[in-house]
Design a protein around this ligand. Sequence first.
Ligand code: PXP
Length: 247
Amino acid sequence: MSNLNRVRLGVNIDHVATLRNARKESFPDPIKASQIVLSAGADTITAHLREDRRHINDNDIKNITNRFSNKLNLEIAGTEEMVEIALKYSPFSCCIVPEKREEITTEGGLDVVSNFKVLSGIVKKLKDSGIRTSFFLDPDKNQLEKSINIGIDCIEFHVGKFCKLLNLKKIDEANDEFNKIKNLSNITFNSGVEVHAGHGLDYETTKKIIEIQSIEEVNIGFFLISQSIFEGLEGSVKKMVDILRER
Ligand code: PXP
């Protein structure tokens, strides 16, 4: 199995909005950040419109879709309100994620097994309006099988646990997690569903995770935005694009 194209990069710009909102200012501007990220070679902009609007807000989504046609991967919870917003702005792609108000970041994958009917309805609505659909899943076979049954276009595997283990140099456990992700990625790819990876990725963990040939896209936020303090946003994104080119 081999993908000839380089792995695509989606850059999550939520934390540009986190910084802006911390001082209730109009800067740093997520639109300006999106412009830099795309010119530096990223393929898409990822943004999570949370129920509590703690970072990205509705106006940001409107501005990104107006300004950068077919470039937004909108992350949303599977709620009626969010699906309405997705249908209104018609992003290129929608990734359905679980959402808890008290969490600092998306802590785990979607429970497709328990929410099969609701999620099937959401996927149908989004696909009918031409939006690429994706589920954010823990590397779990049951969840994957149900997602494939629904007819989802892409699966984004939550690789946060793998990244943590590798960063802590717990090599055996990291290898076990890597093999689990690899096995499920290959099943996904062989079912005709695109494979993505996201959460907690940095330069080193990205180099390792893209050894899985079936992974076609990564979505990375916190590390790239943090690293931009030291290397500039253009610099951190370009460095990641170079890593993705190496596969
Ligand atoms: N992909 C999904 C579905 C996410 O929820 C997040 C975090 O918002 C990311 C990717 C990016 O994760 P990180 O900010 O840790 O790179």
